[in-house]
Write a protein that binds this ligand. Structure first.
Ligand SMILES: [Zn+2]
Length: 223
């Protein structure tokens, strides 16, 4: 038999789910901006090079999101958090090069055979075909203040506490971007908290996902 407490929890949970499901944006889950690529969702088709465009700093993204990024970047500068891109589009071939290099380093450093070295590499380097950066819809971005003063590595969790990261988390949805790997959602995204990794999903979806404290995985399941 259910306890009263459990029942209350259940009712609360159902009410929350109903609230989330109400006023869902009118979108199609097959929209290009909602493609799911990650540790459990391999890229199916590589981005055509013709669909990429270089941002003003040289990093390439899907040309359909370039304007949105530039607008967000302008707004960030106005808010005194000028942005610095660390990474954007990465091809499968590029990721393969990075991956293979690490395999070789581990093989010669730790005396492992190739199979063991590959298993070890998978722990720290994204396997080619499984990175959201392949889509051209993801950017790794920090602000200048952090970029110039970061303690150890530019892409580390500490960035999340910076005013620049807080500005991004609050304002990115306005431009169609979400913080793709939020804190506390690691079990769903299968990726550690990354305050710098923004993903374009479109304005409507970005606002909905952020306001309802969802991940892209959870959002897509609502349709
Ligand atoms: Zn990233």
């Amino acid at each position: 038999m259910e306890t009263t407490e459990k029942k209350t929890e259940k009712v609360k949970k159902e009410a929350k789910e109903a609230a989330v499901a109400a006023d869902l944006p009118n979108i199609s889950t097959s929209d290009w901006a909602l493609v799911l690529v990650g540790p459990e969702n391999k890229l199916t088709t590589e981005v055509n090079e013709e669909n990429l465009v270089a941002l003003s700093n040289g990093y390439e993204v899907d040309k359909r999101i370039a304007d949105s990024y530039e607008k967000m970047s302008e707004a960030a500068t106005k808010a005194n958090h000028p942005l610095v891109i660390i990474s954007a589009f990465r091809s499968v071939a590029y990721q393969q090069t990075v991956f293979d290099q690490e395999v070789n380093v581990i093989m010669s450093r730790d005396g492992l055979d190739e199979e063991a070295a590959i298993a070890e590499t998978k722990k720290t380097v994204t396997e080619p075909g499984y990175s959201e950066h392949h889509t051209g819809l993801a950017v790794d971005v920090v602000d200048e203040s952090w970029y110039n003063n970061y303690p150890k590595e530019v892409l580390e969790e500490g960035f999340g506490k910076q005013p620049g990261a807080q500005w991004l988390a609050e304002n990115a949805p306005e431009f169609g971007f979400i913080v793709r790997y939020p804190k506390g959602k690691e079990a769903i995204t299968k990726i550690d908290y990354e305050p710098w990794h923004l993903r374009y999903v479109g304005k409507e979806s970005a606002k909905y996902i952020t306001e309802n404290d969802l991940t892209l995985e959870e959002y897509l399941k609502l349709f």
